[in-house]
Design a protein around this ligand. Structure first.
Ligand SMILES: O=P(O)(O)OC[C@H]1O[C@H](O)[C@H](O)[C@@H](O)[C@@H]1O
Length: 524
């Protein structure tokens, strides 16, 4: 199947193979599919009961079977009058109670009414969290930077490498710094370690008065007991629930740092954006259902063409962390090799998701996408207008950015034949080098501008796409047992590093590495 031929055969393809969801214009014409392919893929979705599982998810059923949990991130953006029950209890009122508390707190910080221990206003907000408790707020803070309170400084600390916290706080004044400790479980070693170090830094800076902690630390968690055990007042805790997965948690209390940055109204606009796509996914027929379509297209390449990866390439500097966010969303959800009953699957599951903002990637790795031997389906995300208040000269650069955006998907789809190369007078020996095979599939997602609502729409689109794929593959997209083994082993190795105790019963390679590490570290 050649894209050149598909377009030649159907002049209406460029407008016909498009969808509109909320503010998102989605063009899927540059895919290696016909109406027949799409019909068959929809039959696959019907045969695997994707919509049945969707309804079970929205209805609060415990579809995360290995953890016996409901999967209700959609309840986090449900309207206040919705009724969504888990174990017979409507969860929506609690969601809105927390949102209201977050809003009140965010307003107090933004207005300067919430002061630090010494009475100075808060000027710096440091979110300490990792995985889903970091990537969402950190990504969205960058994405919506044009909407943020510029007089406040925001930092995001995740890595247990002390350098992360060091660089985040070295130029900050503790008297003006608020730490937001974000951890669903409040047991994550990286986060608790960084939070403990941050507390010492704060107390050292403020004369050691433990009472300071209450003015400078808040927690976002499902685990009240651990939060109070850490010394954070229950009044300064914003809760969420076990039916919110870590990588789906960013529009829960985990979004507090973002809410302080952009203000409660903008945050609610973002939730409205999520809801637009939730409702679309729930109600649109299969033929027009964007998450279904994107999920099935991914399956088409992964399961039928053997594609191993999927690139997400935003043409917006503000979306610099978007793909990193999607990596957790997609790869932690669908990086599974047993089905829901625990039996090995004999089909490919989740792809490697990767990518960085255009046009930077064009001057780095696009060579391989254009002329390499691998099939890499890609999503191109772009906007018609820049969002920040740019100087006129910089506004003009936007058309140049977007010219690249359109040129790339065109080049990928249609390539350049040897005859076209020859016609340019290229010497015969160079013709193969300058030929572009084309036929590289891409989806183009275009919106007017990157508003909070549009960001919410984009994230929900990918959340539900990942859901669709997991449903077809019959895997549990909502657990993450694969992260556990490394945590357990780290605990076992750590005493050998920190306390210098006998190296435990390790394999020969790890034992030798630990020995070398200790020698290097302790050498004078
Ligand atoms: O929010 P926390 O409980 O601290 O968890 C932080 C992250 O670490 C875990 O290991 C999981 O793999 C992630 O899904 C989670 O987002």
């Amino acid at each position: 199947m050649r894209l050149r031929e598909l377009f030649a055969a159907d002049p209406g393809r460029g407008t016909g193979y498009t969808l509109r969801v909320g503010d998102l214009h989605i063009d899927y014409s540059k895919h290696l599919v016909t109406d027949d392919t799409l019909r068959l893929l929809r039959e696959l979705a019907a045969a695997t009961d994707v919509f049945g599982l969707r309804d079970a998810m929205f209805g609060g059923e415990k579809i995360n079977t290995t953890e016996d949990r409901a999967v209700l991130h959609t309840a986090l953006r449900a309207p206040a009058n919705a009724v969504i029950e888990v174990d017979g209890e409507n969860v929506v009122p609690e969601v809105h109670t927390v949102l209201d508390r977050m809003g009140a707190f965010a307003d107090r910080v933004r207005s300067g009414e919430w002061t630090g221990h010494t009475g100075r206003r808060i000027r710096n907000v440091v979110n300490i969290g990792i995985g889903g408790s970091d990537l969402g707020p950190a990504m969205a803070y960058e994405a919506l930077r044009a909407y943020t309170a510029r007089e406040l400084t925001f930092r995001f600390v995740s890595n247990v490498d002390g350098a992360d916290l060091h660089e985040a706080i070295r130029d900050l004044d503790p008297a003006e710094t608020l730490f937001i400790v974000a951890s669903k479980t409040f047991t994550t070693i990286e986060t608790i370690t960084n939070a403990t170090s941050a507390r010492s830094w704060l107390l050292e800076g403020l004369g050691g008065d433990e009472k300071a902690v209450a003015r400078h630390f808040v927690a976002l968690s499902t685990n009240a007991e651990k939060v109070t055990g850490f010394g954070i007042d229950a009044d300064n805790m914003f809760g969420f629930w076990d039916w919110v997965g870590g990588r789906y948690s960013f529009d829960s209390a985990i979004g507090l740092s973002l809410m302080i940055a952009i203000g409660p109204d903008r945050f609610l606009e973002m939730l409205d954006g999520f809801r637009i796509v939730d409702e679309h996914f729930l109600n649109a027929p299969a033929e027009d259902n964007a998450p279904l379509l994107l999920g099935l297209l991914g399956i088409w390449y992964g399961n039928f063409f053997g594609a191993q990866s999927h690139a997400v390439l935003p043409y917006s500097h503000y979306l610099s962390k978007f793909t990193a966010y999607l990596q957790q969303l997609d790869m932690e959800s669908n990086g599974k090799s047993v089905d829901r009953d625990g039996k090995p699957v004999d089909w490919q599951t989740g792809p490697v998701v990767w990518g960085t903002p255009g046009t930077n990637g064009q001057h780095a790795y696009y060579q391989l996408i254009h002329q390499g031997t691998k099939l890499i389906p890609a999503d191109f995300i772009g906007f018609a207008r820049p969002v920040a208040d740019l100087r006129p000269g910089l506004v003009a650069q936007h058309d140049l950015l977007m010219a690249n955006f359109f040129a790339q998907t065109q080049a990928l789809a249609f390539g350049k034949t040897p005859d076209e190369v020859r016609a340019e007078g290229v010497p015969e020996a160079l013709v193969p080098h300058k030929t572009f095979q084309g036929n590289h599939p891409t989806t183009t997602i275009l919106a007017r501008e990157l508003t909070p609502s549009v960001l919410g729409q984009l994230i929900a689109l990918y959340e539900h796409k990942v859901f669709v794929q997991g449903a077809v593959w019959n895997i549990d997209s909502f657990d993450q047992w694969g992260v556990e083994l490394g945590k357990v082993l780290a605990k076992r190795v750590e005493p050998a590093l920190t306390e210098g105790t006998r190296i435990p019963d390790l394999d020969a390679s790890t034992k030798a590495l630990v020995t070398t590490y200790r020698e290097l570290r302790d050498r004078q």
